[in-house]
Write a protein that binds this ligand. Structure first.
Ligand code: NDP
Ligand code: 2IT
Length: 445
């Protein structure tokens, strides 16, 4: 396999799709040896087929704002690969959303979902709609209009969307209501649903919990734990909240959270009521973390910077893509950070990852460490099919077991000759093999 040639061709076909090309390069570079050792993959065009989505739906989403004005946003669903199960992946509502970002997320989702051990294909969707500052009525009208188009191509055995940045329980509720009205069925077509109407316990916490369970497994390989560790978290959304809760429970101290305006440094530790306050902050839709420092005066707000300059043992980037660059990575290393677990999708730039690998510290890619969210979505689908609900402990135990299993797969495929575990390589190989073998079994489609 010639990675450069494949990427050059892809770049010609999809000029300017920077995030998508970045994600494809990362995976292809990791799996190069495995592909060369298995000539049946190239003979059957597996690489050429896996890098292109099965199909993409683009549509317009008109909606009325409270002042009576007509607004038009763009909506997308990228159905990437369904070799191992129905397309599965979140919806992102954020002004930065474009096709390149959704294709990168959909591509990553294929291998992440494969790692979960559950029968889930890969997809992603969303809109450039900005939920910030919108009234509930405006969000509802937007979600209904979005679902009028999306409903035509999704279904519980076809494609099952969920949340991502800007899409939480509220948005899922509005979209589910519209699907139900049009299709006249009450099925598990979306995950992240409300607990009263088909949702699963633990799903809101799952991505953050899973990220911390995975980091716990990595630390255990060094006979270490979260006990007494200083932890930097970025973001203040769903994933950051779950991660802060679990780190605190395991005896670690979370000293930062962040937003687009800067970061909060709280030496006293962000725990208990402070974690609940973070959720309130997020719900106010103001897009800033600064008010935390007004509410808790012992904390410091650092405007316009990222939390990676604080001295910590563990860093958990949980906000967005490319939020931790080479300089941040070097600062973390200089400060003695020993473990980096990606809660977000692709938060570390390729140059930052290179720094972590050179320093041989514990580093896990999002497709392994944040897979707990979609895995619990898979558990929600199982419960919906059975028309049954598991207890909190049952779901949490299954999530814990899945994260351990993903860790084992990374160790199996990512251990170098000197014993160092390259989790990125391990995750990419393990995720890819299952999908590639399924595609082989099913013929050229
Ligand atoms: P949320 O919308 O709940 O939160 C995202 C958080 O990151 C928000 O606080 C957001 O603020 C903040 N943020 C956005 N841009 C920046 C920035 N440049 N600097 C600092 N903070 C920023 O989304 P989630 O918590 O659900 O998602 C976070 C990440 O985790 C994403 O990468 C997502 O793809 C990934 N993920 C999510 C899963 C899930 O189940 N929800 C599962 C697996 C991964 P704002 O929106 O105001 O800009
Ligand atoms: O990036 C992700 O894995 C998610 N946003 C969750 C997807 C899902 O279907 O639960």
């Amino acid at each position: 396999m010639n990675v450069e040639q494949i990427l050059n061709n892809l770049e010609k076909k999809h000029p300017g799709e920077v995030e998508y090309l970045q994600a494809v390069r990362e995976v292809l570079e990791s799996i190069e040896d495995v592909v060369n050792e298995n000539p049946q993959f190239e003979a059957n065009g597996i690489i050429d087929r896996v890098v292109e989505p099965d199909r993409i739906l683009t549509f317009k989403v008109p909606w009325l704002s409270d002042d009576g004005k007509v607004n038009v946003n763009l909506g997308y669903r990228v159905q990437f690969n369904n070799a191992i199960g129905p397309y599965k992946g979140g919806l992102r509502f954020h002004p930065s959303v474009n096709l390149s970002i959704l294709k990168f997320l959909g591509f990553e989702q294929i291998f992440k979902n494969s790692l979960t051990t559950l029968p889930l294909g890969g997809g992603k969707g969303g809109s450039d709609f900005d939920p910030k500052g919108k009234s509930d009525r405006e969000v509802m009208h937007f979600c209904q209009s979005f679902m009028m188009e999306l409903q035509a191509i999704i279904g519980p055995d076809t494609d099952v969307p969920a949340g991502d940045i800007g899409v939480g329980g509220g948005e899922i509720g509005f979209m589910y209501g519209m699907y139900k009205k049009i299709r006249k069925e009450h099925t598990g077509v979306l995950t992240g649903k409300g607990l009263d109407w088909g949702g699963s316990l633990i799903r809101p916490e799952a991505t953050g919990f899973g990220t911390v369970y995975f980091a716990k497994e990595m630390l255990a390989t060094k006979e270490d734990s979260f006990e007494g560790k200083r932890v930097a978290i970025s973001g203040f959304g769903n994933v950051a909240w779950g991660a802060a809760t679990k780190v605190t429970e395991l005896g670690g101290k979370v000293v930062t959270i962040s937003g687009p305006d800067g970061y909060i440094y709280d030496e006293a530790g962000i725990s208990g009521d402070k974690i609940e306050y973070m959720l309130e902050l997020r719900a106010t839709n103001n897009d800033i973390v600064k008010p935390y420092a007004d509410e808790f005066p012992e904390a410091k707000f650092v405007a316009g910077s990222r939390p990676w300059e604080v001295k910590v043992d563990v860093a958990l980037p949980c906000a967005t893509q490319n939020e931790l660059d080479e300089n941040d990575a070097k600062t973390l290393m200089a400060n003695g950070c020993m473990c980096i677990g990606e809660g977000a999708n692709m938060p570390c730039t390729p140059e930052a990852i290179e720094v972590f690998l050179e320093n041989k510290v514990l580093y896990s890619p999002g497709k392994a460490s944040n897979a707990g969210g979609v895995a619990t979505s898979g558990l929600e689908m199982s419960q919906n099919s059975m028309k049954y609900s598991w207890s909190e402990k049952e779901v949490d135990d299954k999530l814990h077991r899945i994260m351990k299993d993903i860790h084992d797969q990374c160790v199996k495929h990512g251990t170098d000759e000197d014993g160092f575990v390259n989790y990125m390589k391990g995750a990419n190989i393990a995720g890819f093999l299952k999908v590639a073998n399924s595609m082989l079994d099913q013929g050229i489609l």
